[in-house]
Design a protein around this ligand. Sequence first.
Ligand code: DX5
Length: 215
Amino acid sequence: MSKKIKIVPSILVKNKDGFKRQLDKIKNISKYIQIDIMDGVLVSTKNSVSPKSISPLTRGYKMEIHLMVKDVPRYIEQWKKLSNVKKIIWHYEAEKNNKAIIYLAKKLRKNKIKPGLAINPNTSLSKIKDIIKYFDTIQVMGVTPGKQGQKFQPKVLKKIKGLHQKYPKLNIAIDGGVNEKNFSAIKKAGANIIGLGSYLQKSPDPKQSLKKLPR
Ligand code: DX5
């Protein structure tokens, strides 16, 4: 059975001004968005997008937060306070202790926020096999995280396929490098949540670009 495809526009910016610009670009596309947070530690880039700075701008939106940060508990504490945050995704590469990971996932569920775990292109599925069941979503990174507009790494298709075969009901998200050329292969491999950054942000007509995707 094939899962329904959900498109999630993502916003990756330095600060509040950039946030306004990227949000404006996708405002007619989706009321559910992903917000990228980087700390300059887990990934090489850093931004200053905080719950306080964006909360007035995101009324009427539902959001998921993609934490590309080392100190996961601290950022979870901050972001879970926004009532329109529905999912928080963090990186396996940030915290590799299964007990600590499971604790965070359970804590989010208690707060009615879905937990998601992201894995980098070079991290193998075997590392997360014992913790997948605690997550709503596994987010497979198509690029090394931290920037928009990077090239998709086709080797991650195998990872999506492997996840889909073993966990047919799991939400499998792909984030990074998605465009109209690789969309079909990603879908066929079994991803059902598709993150789109520069594909929409760089488009002169994001609505039209969305229509071009072979959904
Ligand atoms: C990758 C980020 C993505 C980014 C995707 O570092 O985690 O969320 O916004 O952007 P594109 O689609 O341009 O790769």
